[in-house]
Design a protein around this ligand. Structure first.
Ligand code: GUN
Length: 295
């Protein structure tokens, strides 16, 4: 892209502006609290059922954070904790029960699942109208087609964070690093739907740095600590760092080497960037599904 075509020309670039995920999530939660209060006043409290199989420490932490967030905005939640050796049919039976229960608006199966359980079977068993993660094939198809439906929470949170920058998306270029079904693929599709020109990169991409260098927006979601070098980032670009990598010394770092990324225009911190927004979007989807089911 020539400089005159860039959405980022003319900026006075000294220090990347930090995109505050906690503040953005707080705002979303305040807005959601009002919706939840109105729904509760009308006789139905939005209700989320969370299924956790086993005791993966990261999953336990996510579930605890989701529980706290539900309490904060007044969403009712119930947890279904299954042992790590639970069978696939036990999980499917539980999902069938939750699908049937009128009081349940949204179902979340925390991933990853233990190896004896097939993730695709479990996700496909969730009623698409209660699929708070937007992972069901019907909802993935709706995203592809640009039809309304629950969108995966991390990508939805990223779109909200991008909006806070005030940078117009139509015509911008984005490079997404990582092609997971949870983040990489859906964020690419959401960006395409927002008229962004998207390049998808993954572990077999040649010359990754060249793809990153041209991008107005970089989404790093590969799960490798500080893999994307700051020197690859175009001056003034928006950098969304989805990585949460625990270092041997206990510190958490993202997928971007931020020490060399001071020339970015905007960058999400880790922690405190994408993470809080994922949780806020779980609640947003839950409230949306509850409203739809009441209609
Ligand atoms: N594990 C890591 N991220 C997610 C997510 O967004 N949803 C679910 N269900 N599990 C996850």
């Amino acid at each position: 892209m020539s400089p005159s075509n860039s959405i980022l020309t003319g900026r006075d670039i000294r220090m990347a502006h930090l995109i505050d995920g906690n503040a953005c999530a707080d705002q979303q939660c305040a807005r959601l609290s009002a919706s939840v209060a109105a729904l509760t006043h009308g006789g139905h409290t939005p209700t989320l059922a969370v299924i956790l199989v086993g005791e993966n420490p990261a999953s336990l932490l996510y579930v605890r954070n989701k529980t706290r967030a539900c309490q904060r905005v007044g969403v009712r939640h119930e947890q279904h904790l299954l042992p790590s050796d639970a069978t696939e049919s036990a999980v499917l039976t539980l999902i069938a029960q939750l699908n049937e229960r009128e009081a349940i608006d949204a179902i979340l199966v925390q991933l990853p699942l233990p190896p004896q359980i097939r993730t695709e079977q479990v996700i496909a068993a969730i009623d698409p109208s209660k699929d708070v993660d937007g992972f069901h094939p019907v909802n993935v198809g709706r995203l592809m087609l640009g039809l309304p439906g629950p969108r995966p929470c991390t990508p939805l949170g990223i779109m909200a964070l991008l909006e806070t920058t005030g940078v117009p998306l139509p015509g911008a270029t984005a490079t997404v690093v990582g092609r997971s079904a949870i983040v990489g693929k859906p964020i690419a599709q959401l960006l395409i739907n927002a008229d962004v020109t998207v390049t998808m990169c993954h572990s077999k991409t040649r010359a990754l740095a060249d793809h990153v260098r041209t991008a107005d927006i970089v989404v790093a979601a590969i799960g490798r600590p500080q893999y994307v070098q700051g020197t690859w980032i175009k001056p003034g670009a928006i950098v969304i760092d989805v990585g949460i990598n625990r270092q041997p010394d206990g510190t958490i770092v993202g997928d971007v080497d931020r020490a060399t990324a001071a020339h970015a225009g905007h960058i999400t911190p880790v922690p405190g960037g994408v993470g809080p927004m994922t949780i806020a979007m779980v609640l947003q989807n839950c409230v949306m599904l509850a409203k739809q089911r009441l209609q």
